[in-house]
Design a protein around this ligand. Sequence first.
Ligand code: SF4
Length: 318
Amino acid sequence: MFARSDEVTRAVDGVSFTIERGKTLGLVGESGSGKSTTGRVVLRLEEPTAGSIWFEGRDLTTVDGEELRSVRRRMQVVFQDSADSLNPRMSIGRTIGEPLRIFEVAGESEIATRVAELMRLVGLNPAWAKRFPHELSGGQRQRINVARALSLDPDFIVLDEPISALDVSIQAQVVNLLVELQERLGLTYLFIAHDLAMVRQISDRIAVMYLGRIVETANSRALFHDPLHPYTQALISAVPVAVPAMERKRTPILLKGEIPSPRNVPSGCVFHPRCPLVQNVCREVVPEYREAFPGRFVACHLVDDQGSHLVRPRPLAS
Ligand code: SF4
């Protein structure tokens, strides 16, 4: 998706993925891995330096003007609930109906009807339309953000850390709402988060990002059952297990150091300074991101074409 250039900092580099209609791709990684940049580029809120973004047979990097405006209606975004995600001076009803005004697709009475419909759809009482964001809880505010994103009847939504700012008890409710809406409306999601446990609940497939690259992609079950990349193994080893006997056996893999700056990308495999399995080749040769076997994509020198590890990784539980 993004070009190589020695003059620019590559926040995201060589990223490639597809999302099937009606499905969810989870995008995970530490803060600074390039997840949000990827989401913004997919929506063309940021311009890629090269590459293509295909949506229903059209390369979005080649559209502009009215065509881009019409595509934008069908691709929406929900950000993390934060102080600036909603205008504190705008009522809930006004907020949810705002995209309909901006795109001039309905008159005021139709907007009022649609707003009430959307509020019911996301589990909010339509009688609250005149209230203001500060009168609601974080979970309710996030429902407003979802309702606003749905107002133009989109097909695709980028959910950028939509539950990260919420209490743990509320997170599951919002995820359940997103799953219900997806089934009901046939939505396609790109779900961006750093919490792998939550991503697992909602995603059909998961892509793991590290320092602007995707290092592994697989369906959720396969990724958790048999992570191939050492970074994925470390992330999964940090996820608590619900079964107490298994949780007692869980051995987190501790990675040394911090994720480097995109201005200072390591040579060879970008993960090599922190990789517990690093070999000499890793310091010099960039591992190819490839389909190691059907449906399993990985960038690691130690995974062969049958998905076997040439060097046995540490077990996730001992
Ligand atoms: Fe670790 Fe080498 Fe694989 Fe990179 S290529 S993840 S450094 S083993």
